[in-house]
Design a protein around this ligand. Structure first.
Ligand code: ADP
Ligand code: ASP
Ligand code: MG
Length: 427
């Protein structure tokens, strides 16, 4: 047991503690996880725990399901891929009980955490949390299997990769917790992925909006949906480490633990750019010499949407003859095959010369609420990339984000250049 009586955090009485895959990787890790839970309980906290599958397990299960390859039976696929969390929740519960800490594993359907029927990326519609709250009042720690739910049709569903974060935030909202602690293998949210940019700095605070953009642009430290939920319920989320010695010191001193994701009012820092995210998981589709007439784009993107395919970036070039155009768009790599099938299926109604695709692309995004009050941020980003000889293939912007599509090989160079140009390596 960790003999650390933290002096801070007294305002957080009821907490959700979520442990990701690397935190649950093996029995030694599970002991560390149990130490954290024991510490919070001994500090008088009311605790609910959410766990992911042990590291690598969900990938293994997906591989297994894909060997059968029956993509029509997404419901059975969810039964397979959600099973990793069943195992890890019971392992942690057994470990705690062995230490005389009453705990009980709970699967998504036992809560129940109710979702829609979009197997593989289901959205939570309701959580009946009275069962959890009763357990907590009795001094039993619920160890909830993350990532999984149950549909109105009584089938097991999963919430998409990284979905345990969303389970954790949703549970925190439904039991009216004061904080949702996300324990992972980094000690907070950094200015960029610390595995790619070693000079990245840990952020003390990050706004919901910035975190939402960072997550949706590829920073997988939190699942995008979990940030959306936290933002709409104003639930503070703290990202912190299961392992870092630093963090153990911080707990002792009661300061500087992890990164708090919270509303903007609490954030005083005003850097124009506060983070850089990247994604290598997108693919580009180009429809060459497409007929240029009203209704074509609506037909293409409408059909993609009907098949549940999310399109991210879109670029349309007018061709020289004024009758044709080249249309380029990006989708998740995992949707590429389906997207091409949709376009090919439209060949009766839309005319084009050629359909091309590429996975050798990556997206880099700069994010910061400071952009709201600064002009010329996009232009500056483009010139930083131009100086490095990096060509931009597509652009999207929002009020607090600029994303560009570049060649995959240039991703690290681009991120390093932007990270230092925006002085993110300085505290
Ligand atoms: P878990 O298994 O705990 O859910 P994930 O692998 O899903 O953990 O998320 C943690 C990882 O997110 C880190 O190891 C890190 O490589 C990556 N990451 C990407 N962008 C960032 C960022 N800006 N700050 C911190 N981590 C990031
Ligand atoms: N185990 C699931 C995954 O690997 C959910 C999660 O880790 O959050 O995606
Ligand atoms: Mg994760």
């Amino acid at each position: 047991m960790i003999e650390l009586k933290s002096t801070m955090d007294q305002k957080y009485k009821k907490i959700v503690m979520k442990f990701g895959g690397t935190s649950m990787a093996d029995i030694d890790c599970v002991y560390k996880v149990a130490d954290h839970i024991e510490r919070e309980l001994s500090n008088g906290k009311l605790v609910a725990v959410v766990v992911s599958a042990m590291a690598g397990e969900t990938d293994r299960l997906i591989g297994l399901a894909d060997q059968v390859g029956n993509i029509e039976l997404q419901s059975e696929r969810d039964v397979i891929i959600s099973s990793g969390e069943q195992v890890s929740s019971a392992i942690l519960s057994m470990t705690l009980n062995k230490r005389n800490i009453p705990a009980r594993s709970i699967q998504g359907w036992q809560i129940p955490l109710i979702t829609n029927s979009m197997h593989g990326s289901a959205r939570i519609s309701d959580i009946k949390s009275s069962h959890l709250e009763k357990l907590m009042e009795k001094g039993i720690v619920p160890i909830i299997a993350g990532f999984q739910g149950i549909s109105e049709e009584n089938r097991v569903t999963t919430l998409g990769r990284g979905g345990s974060d969303t389970t954790a935030v949703a549970i925190a909202c439904s039991i009216d917790a004061d904080l949702c602690d996300i324990y992972t293998d980094v000690d907070g949210v950094y200015t960029s992925d610390p595995r790619i940019i070693p000079d990245a700095q840990k952020l003390k605070l990050v706004s919901f909006e910035e975190m939402l953009e960072m997550a949706s642009q590829g920073a997988k430290v939190l699942q995008t949906r979990s940030v959306e939920l936290a933002m709409s319920y104003n639930m503070p989320v703290r990202v912190r480490s299961t392992f870092s010695e630093n963090d153990f010191e911080n707990v002792k001193n009661g300061t500087n633990i992890g990164t708090i994701v919270t509303n903007e009012e609490k954030i005083l820092e005003d850097k124009v750019v506060s983070g850089i995210a990247y994604s290598k998981s997108e693919a580009k589709v180009t429809i060459q010499k497409l007929e240029d007439k009203p209704g074509i784009a609506a037909e293409i993107f409408g059909s993609l949407a009907n098949d549940g395919i999310n399109v991210d970036m879109i670029v349309q070039n007018i061709s020289a003859d004024g009758k044709h155009t080249d249309l380029t768009f990006t989708v998740q790599e995992t949707d590429l095959r389906a997207a091409k099938l949709v376009i090919e299926g439209l060949s009766d109604s839309i005319k084009y010369a050629k359909l091309e695709d590429s996975k050798d692309i990556a997206k880099v995004s700069i994010i910061g609420v400071g952009m709201r009050s600064h002009a010329g941020v996009a232009a500056q980003m483009f010139s930083i990339l131009a100086e490095k000889g990096i060509n931009i293939q597509a652009i999207t912007t929002s009020e607090i984000k600029v994303s560009v599509l570049i060649e995959l090989d240039h991703i690290e160079k681009a991120m390093r250049a932007l990270h230092s140009a925006y002085e993110l390596d300085q505290n």
